[in-house]
Design a protein around this ligand. Sequence first.
Ligand code: ZN
Length: 391
Amino acid sequence: MSRLHHTGHEARLFSAFDNAGLVAQVPTVFVDCGPDANAHPVLPLRGFLKCLEASNKLNLVLTASPATYAEFWDKYRPHRPKHPCFTLRTDQELAACVPILLHADEGQTLKKKQLMILQFQPLFGAGSSRASGLNYTGSSLTSRFLYSVMAARVYSKSKSETLLNLTEHFANELASLCADGIVLGGRCYWLIPIGMKGDWPALCKLGQLTRHFLRNKSGEGKMVGICHMCKAGQRDQAWHITDEQHMDTLHQDAGVPWTTPSPFTRIIPQDPDKKPEFYRVDLFHTLHKGVFGDVAANAVVNVMDFDLMGEGSVPVKLGVIFEDLQKYCYDQSLQLHMSWFKGADTTSLCLYLESKYLTLIADNPEHEHKGYFCNILETLKAANVPGFDVF
Ligand SMILES: [Zn+2]
């Protein structure tokens, strides 16, 4: 693989896998996505699931027991009471309803060209590095299943219809699995998409969202709002006030965040009152590269401001903290890329700072700003709650 990469012959990798008998026999189907992509390849969901069945690998999709599925729907019901699965499926059938998430990512090809990736992921899995039940452990090839990809040049600018046509094919297949189910291993299962996750730009494009993070404009013109789930950022609706009463107001009569619903919201069965929520918050950009990054940076600045880890110039103090951080990460087997790759360093930095603040507070019991330090520690603890560690 390395030689193929260095010699620029990555394309030969697939035939090498094929020759070694390592290619799954998933049929490829070509669908019409419009004039610029009238025979676009997809991996049809039913074909994919049948392939898993034939290869004795259904455990990759059917990742939990019937009892767990039944318990999940029981807990989910109060959140989406009007979801059609509660009227269409009996309690016994709900134990065979597999909750899945759709995943979209606008990534880059090896040649640094933009590419939209569409896939799905069973909700349950072998856990994450710090919590059970989630589906992040192991190779992503065994937990996220590709439907199709599309190069940005095919759908960029005035050609967005092409991508929406592809999502329509995806949505139709999902709706069919949701309504009609599929017999696998002698039993009927229904795959129920409960949301779409991905980075904000991909979600905005695929959800045809009109309210999103790029709309943080004040003053002139219409203040459309920055959040697809509430009125935050609209005129007289401050997004930075987070007390409960204000948040409640923001959610009243927020309306839908689109002029035309996307194929996902239009075609996939879901609670009609909760359609905007189908698009899940992009935790990676909002937390790891956003709020938690700011929390970590402020916690570091505070250590320097109060000379909690020694005195000296800013570079000297930063050097001391960095050396300490490196040692902590080494001892705890945590990754530290220092390139902010995938925001993973935020996780390591917040864990380090929580441990550091515990020590600093214990070492400075009479400090005049101890209350402030304790608040920072509580914030770091909240950021380190297992479950946020999802990337
Ligand atoms: Zn909101």
